[in-house]
Design a protein around this ligand. Structure first.
Ligand code: 9MR
Length: 383
C-alpha cells in the first residue's frame, strides 16, 4: 500500500506525531538499570539538552516542549553523558589569544551532568575536523612550526582538561587519527604533517599532566573492519611500548543492520588483547528505510494512524541487530565498561535518515529499545 500524501488519516497521524512528545512513563524500564551491574549506559547530548532550551540540533529545530521531553528521557534512561559538540576545539576555543575560549556550552554540559549524578565524558581534544584554521597557521609563516603547534596543543589541553579536572572523568584525547584505506596507519592531517606522528603521544602526555586521574581514551570509528582494527592495535601497542598514558579504547560503533553479534564479538576479542578497557563511544545502528520494501512505502511513517501496531521490517531488523550487539557487549563485560548512544532519539541524530537510535523522534521506545532491555533480562536470568 502506497500512502498518498493527500490521505487525511496520514495528515492526522503526522499532526499527532508532531505533538506527541511526552515525558517518558515512569513504568518504562531503563537502560541504566538493566545494565547497572555490567557497564554504564550513556548518551551524547547537545546544548539544547544541557541548557534546556529550544534550538537547532543537527539541522532539526527542537521546540521547548520537545527539549523538555528529551531532557526527561536522558535523566530517566542514562547514567553517563558525552558532549556531542560543545567541547570540540571550534566551539570551546574558536579564537587565538587570551580571550579565545568560549566555555558556555561546555560549562552547561558539565553542570547538567553533575546535577544529575552522571558520569561525564569530554569529547574531544585533538581531531582533524572542527578545528579552526588559525590553529595550524603560523605567526611568521603561512603554516605553524612544529614548536608553535605543540605549544598551542599543550595550552589548549591544559586549559580545557584543567578547567574540568575531577569533574570530567574520561577524555577522548585523540579522535580518528587512523587512515581508512591504504597501508599507512595514520591519516594525513595538519597534526601529522606539522608535528609528525608523535602528536598522538604528546597529546596524551599533556592531558595526563593536566589531570593525572582522568581516563584518557583513543577514539576511532570503523573498528569492526579487520584492516582498520589491525592498524588500531599496532598504534596502541606502539603507544604502550613508549609508556604513553593511554587508558582506554573508544570504539565509536556507527554501524548498520549488517553488523552481527559475530562481527562485534570478533572485534572486541581482538581489541581486548591490548589489555585496556573498551568503551563503545558513539553507538548508532543505521537502517535504510526507503526503497527496501516491495511496496515502496515505509509503514512506520503510518504507525500512529494504526495505533503503533505496525512495525516495518527495517525496525525489526534493527531490533535484532541491536540485540546481537548488546549480547556481544555482555559477553565481553569484563572489558566493555561503557556504552554510549550517539544521540537521544532519531530526530536529533546526526544521521536522522537512518533512524539509528533506540527512541523515535517523539521519544517513544522503538522495537530496538525493547530488544536491548530483553537482552539484559535474558542475561540476568542466566547468571
Ligand atoms: O554528531 C556530531 C554532529 O552534530 C556534528 O555536526 C559532526 C561534525 O563535527 O560531528 C558529529 O559527531 C561526530 C563525532 O564528533 C566524532 N565521530 C563521528 C561523529 C558523527 O559524525
Amino acid at each position: 500500500m502506497r500512502i498518498s500524501i493527500l490521505n487525511p488519516l496520514t495528515y492526522l497521524g503526522l499532526v499527532l506525531a508532531v505533538c506527541s512528545c511526552a515525558t517518558p512513563s515512569a513504568n518504562t524500564p531503563t537502560l541504566k538499570d538493566a545494565y547497572k551491574d555490567q557497564f554504564l549506559v550513556g548518551v551524547a547530548i547537545s546544548r539544547t539538552v544541557a541548557a534546556n532550551t529550544a534550538g537547532e540540533v543537527n539541522r532539526v529545530n527542537r521546540t521547548k516542549e520537545q527539549v523538555e521531553s528529551d531532557v526527561a528521557l536522558v535523566r530517566q534512561q542514562f547514567n553517563q553523558v558525552t558532549a556531542e559538540n560543545d567541547m570540540k576545539w571550534e566551539l570551546i576555543h574558536p579564537r587565538p589569544g587570551p580571550d579565545g575560549y568560549d566555555f558556555a556550552g561546555a560549562d552547561a554540559f558539565v553542570e547538567f551532568g553533575l546535577k544529575n549524578n552522571m558520569y561525564l565524558v569530554g569529547h574531544t581534544l585533538v581531531w582533524h575536523a572542527q578545528t579552526p584554521a588559525w590553529v595550524f597557521a603560523g605567526t611568521d609563516a603561512s603554516r605553524a612550526s612544529r614548536e608553535e603547534l605543540l605549544e598551542r596543543m599543550r595550552e589548549h589541553i591544559h586549559t580545557v582538561v584543567g578547567r574540568y579536572k575531577g569533574k570530567v572523568k574520561v577524555w577522548d584525547v585523540v579522535n580518528e587519527a587512523i587512515a581508512d584505506g591504504g597501508t599507512n596507519i595514520l591519516r594525513r592531517s595538519p597534526w601529522l604533517e606539522i608535528i609528525g606522528p608523535d602528536f598522538i603521544a604528546r597529546a596524551f602526555q599533556f592531558a595526563h599532566e593536566a589531570d593525572p586521574d582522568a581516563i584518557l581514551r583513543y577514539n576511532d570509528y570503523g573498528l569492526e573492519n579487520p584492516a582498520k582494527r589491525r592498524k588500531l592495535i599496532a598504534l596502541i601497542k606502539s603507544l604502550q611500548e613508549q609508556g604513553v598514558p593511554v587508558h582506554a579504547i573508544g570504539s565509536q560503533a556507527h554501524v548498520n543492520a549488517g553488523t552481527t553479534f559475530e562481527t562485534m564479538d570478533r572485534a572486541l576479542t581482538e581489541m581486548a588483547t591490548l589489555g585496556l578497557p573498551i568503551h563503545i563511544t558513539e553507538l548508532d545502528l543505521n537502517v535504510s528505510t526507503r526503497g527496501q520494501r516491495s511496496t515502496g512505502a515505509d509503514v512506520s511513517d503510518n504507525a500512529s494512524v494504526t495505533g503503533g501496531g505496525l512495525v516495518d521490517d527495517a525496525l525489526k531488523r534493527q531490533a535484532e541487530a541491536y540485540a546481537g550487539l548488546f549480547r556481544a557487549f555482555l559477553k565481553h563485560r569484563a572489558t566493555v565498561k561503557m556504552v554510549t548512544l550517539w544521540g537521544v532519539n532519531d530526530a536529533v541524530s546526526w544521521r536522522a535518515d537512518g533512524r539509528p537510535l533506540l527512541f523515535d523522534g517523539d521519544n517513544r521506545p522503538k522495537p530496538a529499545f525493547e530488544a536491548v532491555i530483553n537482552v539484559a533480562s535474558e542475561a540476568s536470568r542466566k547468571m
